[in-house]
Design a protein around this ligand. Structure first.
Ligand code: BDR
Ligand code: CA
Length: 316
């Protein structure tokens, strides 16, 4: 029997602590073939997101180096709320800066990667959907060549983390979120209420890779910062790592319960910009266009995360 081919993946992200933890897991997961990692502005500016992404990947030094895409500096995002990721996005982690010479824009890297592997590549979106929207706007025909998009974003219970009704990623670039959600691409939305089911308690810090491994060197201070910041800003004793749960939705979809829904995104509401709108009327006009992950087996997701982090520790 031939071994299962690893799944080809592009990770589009705005590192961000939970983005960086997801990267550490994905880059050493033998079930994944991370072809490209692309930066987008969101938790931090475009320039900082690119610097963070480049620094994290270079420091972790995975066995297969993905292409790295540069975040668009002209992205216009909604004014963002106070960040729990610290001013540098990585909780004050001082990683060596990597000079970027002639890096290609994220949207070019995404386009080329999808074109090179038609219908085989999944895009894992862990930040605002700016890059993905731009790729689809430039070349609408690319939609049918994308294997699927798995998105960390939205909340169908309308309990947001950026505003009362919107999650951070959809809020930052609601026009992009609407564009991508409306496109005829197979897509899975992992909303905040599902990612929030997985709560890590303080003992997570003891279960991270040891400090002498490269993964441990970056994960330990970042996760410690997440505990401090989520307690200070959200009054929470545990932490939630939304992007990490979204990655598990790619590697272990069997741990999630899904509903096929007709979804859209509000772009103009004074109180509701960036809100995920799910039309649940029985006689609606809108066609189903997305899978919404409505529940997960939180304990099993936590186990997957701990195993992936341990593997990153062993490999580094
Ligand atoms: C998103 O908020 C950001 O701060 C996280 O990185 C995650 O992608 C969830 O709303
Ligand atoms: Ca993110």
């Amino acid at each position: 029997m031939s071994p299962v081919e690893p799944r080809k993946l592009i990770i589009d992200c705005d590192p961000g602590i939970d983005d960086a933890v997801a990267l550490a897991m994905a880059l050493f997961d033998p079930r994944l073939d991370v072809l490209a990692v692309t930066a987008t502005a969101g938790n931090v500016s475009a320039e900082q997101a690119t610097a963070n992404l480049q620094a994290v990947v270079t420091f972790l030094d995975p066995p297969r180096l993905p292409r790295v895409g540069v975040a668009a500096a002209d992205a216009i995002l909604s004014p963002r709320p106070l960040s729990v990721h610290g001013s540098d996005g990585l909780g004050g982690l001082e990683l060596p800066r990597v000079p970027l010479h002639g890096g290609h824009p994220s949207e070019k890297v995404i386009w080329e990667t999808v074109k090179a592997h038609p219908r085989e590549v999944t895009i894992l979106s862990l930040g605002p959907l700016t890059n993905v929207s731009r790729v689809l706007a430039r070349d609408p025909a690319i939609a049918e060549l994308i294997g699927g998009i798995v998105v960390c974003g939205g909340t169908s219970h309308a309990a947001g983390n950026a505003t009362a009704t919107a999650d951070f990623n959809f809020f930052c670039d609601s026009a992009a979120a609407r564009h991508v959600v409306r496109e005829p691409v197979t897509k899975t939305l992992v909303p905040l209420e599902t990612t929030s089911q997985v709560l890590y308690e303080f003992d997570l810090l003891d279960r991270l890779p040891r400090e002498f491994t490269r993964a441990g060197t970056i994960l330990r201070p970042m996760v410690a910062h997440a505990f401090r910041a989520q307690r200070q800003f959200l009054g929470s004793e545990g932490i939630r790592l939304h992007d990490v749960v979204t990655l598990v939705a790619v590697t272990n979809p069997e741990l999630f319960e899904r509903e096929t829904v007709a979804a859209d995104v509000e772009t103009t509401g004074e109180l509701t910009a960036g809100m995920l709108v799910v039309d649940r009327r029985p006689h609606r006009d809108a066609r189903p266009n997305a899978d919404l992950l409505v529940n997960c087996d939180a304990a099993a997701v936590q186990d997957c995360v701990l195993r992936a982090l341990a593997a990153a520790g062993e490999a580094t």
